[in-house]
Design a protein around this ligand. Sequence first.
Ligand SMILES: *Cc1c(COP(=O)(O)O)cnc(C)c1O
Length: 373
Amino acid sequence: MRTWAEINLDNLSHNVSMIRELSGGKEILGVIKANAYGMGAVEYARELAECGVKILGVACYEEACELRAAGIEEDILIFGCIPPESVGTAIEKKFHLTINSMEEIDFLERNNYYPKVHIKVDTGMGRVGFTSEMALEAIDYIRENDIADLQGIYTHLSVADDPTEDVYTLEQMEKFRTFEGFEGIKYIHILNSCGSIRFGGKTYSTHVRPGILLQGIVPYDTDLQEKFKYVFELKTRILYIKRLEDEAYISYGKSYRGNEGDVIVTLPVGYADGFNRKFSNGGSVMIKGHRCPVVGKVCMDMTMVKIPRELVSQVGVGTEVTLIGKDIAAKAEEIGTIPYEIMTGVGRRVSRCYIKGGKIVKVKSLVEVERRV
Ligand SMILES: *Cc1c(COP(=O)(O)O)cnc(C)c1O
C-alpha cells in the first residue's frame, strides 16, 4: 500500500464508553458527517450501532442516503437543510429532518409531507435555526396542525471548547432550558464533543452529539485527553532514498537547499492525500520514533524528508513512516488549523485500513479490494 489511514475501531468503541461515562450516562447521537470526518461513515455507523448507538447525525441528504444504501437501519438525522425535491424520498427512507424556519413548515404543509423532524433552535451559534421564542411557536403550530412527527429539539454550542467563554455557553444553554423538559419528545440534544464532557451535568438533554470525541480527540487542553484513544493515524512507507553528493535544491521553487552528505528520502504522500502543503519546510513526520523534518515544498503526490544522522543506518526503501498520529492537535496548530480539517482532508486515494480485535479486518481502497483477514 502506498499511503494509508489506520482506523482503530476498538478505540472508537472505547471512546463511546468513555463519552457515556463522562456525559453522565446520556445517550449518544453519533456525528459521522463528512464521511465520519474522513474515516468512513459506513464503517463508523456499523461500529456505533454495535456499541448500542441508536441515532446518527450527518450533514446532508446525500450522506444519509449512503448510510441507508449500506443497510444502516438506525435513525439518521440530517443537520442541514434538505433540497425540496428530496423531501419525498427522505421521508421514504425515514430520515429525520432538521426544521429551521416557518417557511420549511409551510413547505411541508403545502405538499402534505409528514416527515420525522427535529426543531433547530439558534441559541448563539448564528448559523441556522429559530430563536427560542419562534421555536416555541413553531412547535405549537406543528402540534396543533399535526404537520410532522416531532421527534427532536436541538441547539448547537459555538464555544464549548473555550473555558474563557463559559459565560456565553451557559447563556446558550439557558436559552434552551425551556425545551429541556418538553414532554413526549424522544430526542433533546445540545452538547457537541466539548459540551458532552464539560457540561454533561448541566443540562437535561436526552442525548449528546459528539463527533471529534469519537475519534479520540479532545479539542481543548485538558487531562481528559488521556482517557480517550486515538482512532486515526496516517501512514506511508519510504519510496526513495538518496545521499546528496553535493549541495542540491529540493522540490518545487528551490525553497530548500540540502548539503553534501544529507540523506533525503521521498515519501509517496502529498497534499492531495491530505498532507497539507503548509507542512512544507517546517512540518515533520515520525520514523522509528525520530522526528524528521519536511524539506522543500510538499508536492501533490510526494514529499521529501531529511533523515537525522543517528537514524540513517536504520532506514531504507519501505520503512514505515507515521505522517500524522497522536500529535494531530499539535500538527494542526502548526499550520493554523484544527484536527477536523486535517482528518476531513485525507484524500480518497488513501486506503482506509480498519482494525478490530487488534487485527486489520477490512481495507477500503481504490483498488477495490475488500479484504477480510
Ligand atoms: C459537527 C457537529 C457536531 C459534532 O461536533 P464535534 O465538535 O465534532 O463534537 C454536533 N452537532 C452538529 C449540529 C454538528 O454540525
